[in-house]
Design a protein around this ligand. Structure first.
Ligand SMILES: [Zn+2]
Ligand SMILES: [Zn+2]
Length: 314
């Protein structure tokens, strides 16, 4: 089975940096205005998986706003990690759609929503990886800013042939802290039990699944929903912190928030021969509202490892 449960495209870090930088398409007012106006403002957050527990404290403390959970809409209708309902569009589009539904239901002009994806890590492609986007939409000021976090994921699956294999898998993936999903026979089986949170429930679900299974096997996977997966919930909190950093970063020319990295420039000189390498030399911060750009040279390192040089280590 493919590792990508919630996203049709594997995101590379470059893509993430570009997508993440923000999309403030039609900003109308100054940043100071924007941020002071977020104080005491309600922001709609559509979630049915407890994401407000990590998002609200971070934003409320930093911005003085009030993040309010919006209920009354089954977000699973927009797509599930268990492939029973496929998600339409990209990860950002899915987050935007959710935020818009929440804003509409709550009757607010400010909205938030997060959307996650799982796949192999972008470096070696060997570890399960999770990318979380948290979108902030402000219709009064006509801005949109996206917080991003990524990291190792608690994501795994196994086709178990007996109860012992189930136990071994469950222990390995941190059950019951991370919930499990079970199906008879295989990954595509429409018969499904989600949100298994205790050993007694797992035993009962296994007994049910093995009865249904003509090949005697039971397909297990880690539940990716936020409330069921503490590792993912932690990444959502980090995405909220990233969003706060971006909202607090203002353009020195026009004061707009969301002044952030829009491009990374390669060419850090080789420590041996001085030739430019593919290592990052500088980051360009930009403001889409006024077009102001600032190039910030890397300060942590002046030279690249010769091992990364095309001449010294072809
Ligand atoms: Zn600006
Ligand atoms: Zn070199």
């Amino acid at each position: 089975m493919g590792m990508v449960a919630d996203e049709s495209v594997i995101l590379t870090t470059d893509v993430i940096a570009t997508v993440a930088s923000f999309c403030w398409e039609r900003s109308m007012v100054s940043a100071d205005h924007c941020l002071t106006q977020l104080a005491d403002q309600c922001i709609a957050l559509l979630t049915q998986h407890g994401k407000e527990r990590v998002i609200a404290p971070v934003l409320d403390a930093a911005l003085g706003c009030r993040v309010e959970r919006v209920a009354g809409y089954d977000t699973d209708l927009l797509g599930t990690f268990t492939r029973d309902i496929p998600r339409a569009g990209t990860q950002i589009e899915a987050a935007r759609r959710k935020a818009r539904i929440g804003m509409e239901l709550a009757g607010l002009s400010l909205g938030l929503a997060s959307e996650g994806s799982f796949g192999p890590d972008p470096f070696a492609g060997m570890f399960p990886w999770n990318v979380e986007f948290l979108i902030f939409i402000d219709d009064l000021r006509e801005i949109e800013v996206v917080g991003v976090a990524e990291g190792k994921a608690a994501s795994a699956y196994h086709l178990a042939e007996d109860w012992t294999a189930v136990e071994v898998f469950a222990r390995k993936v941190g059950f019951p802290g991370h919930y499990l999903v079970l199906r008879p026979e295989g990954e595509g089986d429409p018969r499904i039990r989600k949100g298994i949170t205790a050993w007694s429930e797992l035993e009962a679900a296994y007994a049910w699944a093995v009865m249904q299974s003509t090949n005697g096997r039971v397909f297990l996977e880690v539940d990716h929903r936020a409330h069921a997966n503490p590792t993912r919930m932690d990444n959502i909190r980090l995405a909220a912190e990233d969003l706060v950093r971006k909202l607090l970063s203002q353009c020195s020319a026009c004061g707009a928030p969301g002044f952030w990295i829009i491009e990374r420039v390669a060419g850090l000189p080789c420590g041996d021969c001085g030739a430019p390498t593919r290592e990052i030399r500088a980051e360009i911060h930009g403001c889409i509202k006024c077009g102001h750009r600032v190039t910030r040279e890397r300060t942590d390192r002046q030279y690249a490892d010769p091992g990364r040089c095309a001449y010294c280590n072809p």
